[in-house]
Write a protein that binds this ligand. Structure first.
Ligand code: SAM
Length: 272
């Protein structure tokens, strides 16, 4: 198998940084392996031909597969469970007091194959019991179209629901062939859209809660700051931004730290 040369690797990294804000410099083996297979599949004689094709933007299907190959989609239901306990014990009671009648808008940025959005919707459904809550809308965005297709299908093999509590499995899933399908009462609160977070115009509205977990860790430093700016701008005052455990916000003027990688927006001050 032909490997990426230093020059080709540099070209891939520059393209990924420019278009998606990804820092893939430590992932050479992974890129080499995944992109070699893809180049062979397309029957292209060299990496340069493959990169010409991707950079030209003339083949949307190849471009979508390229994005899917260079991104990491690992996720599971109830990932970092304590953050979901925080929703139940703190974020939702606060929203119930501050927005008793208006729709709660929740964003999962970098939602991958949908498990995070459906987990939020299931937590909401549990919380709703015996309460008179307003409508809740969960929006999942991701740059990978194949991941979003899987999210919209909402059918998961048994190995992907093994961390789901038995009560949820019986209440919020039905069997579909060998898989487990999320029920309509959970799905109807959730929608998905393709968006590139490194684009400052990626978001359209303000949210009452944002989860952006295990996403900014893949970005280069300028993109990370730009994305945090965007998320700050699109988060309601006093609302929460939930990150992954390896991700931090240094700017404590705009965000107060509440533990467990959870930040509360404390001012409207912007950087620009
Ligand atoms: C590791 S998954 C995280 C999934 C979920 N948030 C979780 O914590 O389980 C990271 C996701 O971020 C998405 N992603 C990477 N770069 C992105 C970008 N520039 N814009 C939007 N999504 C992006 C990837 O496609 C991938 O699905």
């Amino acid at each position: 198998m032909e490997h990426l040369t230093d020059k080709e690797f540099e070209r891939v990294c520059t393209h990924l940084s420019r278009t998606l804000g990804l820092n893939m410099r430590s992932k050479r083996v992974l890129l080499d392996c995944r992109l070699s297979r893809e180049r062979n599949r397309l029957g292209l004689p060299s990496f340069s031909d493959y990169l010409d094709l991707i950079e030209s933007g003339t083949n949307p299907e190849a471009a979508a597969r390229f994005i899917d190959l260079v991104t990491t989609h690992y996720t599971y239901f109830l990932r970092e469970r304590r953050q979901f306990d925080f929703l139940r014990t703190t974020a939702f009671p606060e929203l119930e007091a501050s927005r008793p009648r208006r729709t709660w808008n929740i964003l999962c940025a970098g939602c991958s194959t949908g498990e995070e959005c459906y987990t939020v919707s299931m937590i909401v459904e549990d919380y709703r019991r015996g309460r008179n809550l307003p409508p809740v809308r969960v929006t999942g965005i991701d740059v990978s179209e194949p991941a979003l297709e899987e999210a919209r299908r909402a059918v998961y093999p048994a190995t992907r629901v093994d961390k789901v509590p038995p009560r949820w499995l019986t209440s919020y899933f039905t069997r579909e062939g060998d898989g487990f399908a999320v029920v309509d009462s959970i799905r109807r609160h959730v929608s998905f859209a393709r968006a590139n977070l490194s684009d400052p115009e990626a978001l359209r509205r303000r949210y009452d809660l944002i989860l952006c977990r295990n996403v900014i860790i893949y970005f280069d430093e300028p993109t990370r700051e730009r994305v945090l700016d965007t998320l700050h701008r699109h988060l309601a005052l006093s609302s929460y931004l939930i990150l992954g455990h390896a991700e931090i916000v240094r700017d404590r003027k705009r965000f107060a730290y509440r533990g467990d990688s959870i930040y509360q927006k404390r001012s409207e001050e912007t950087h620009s």
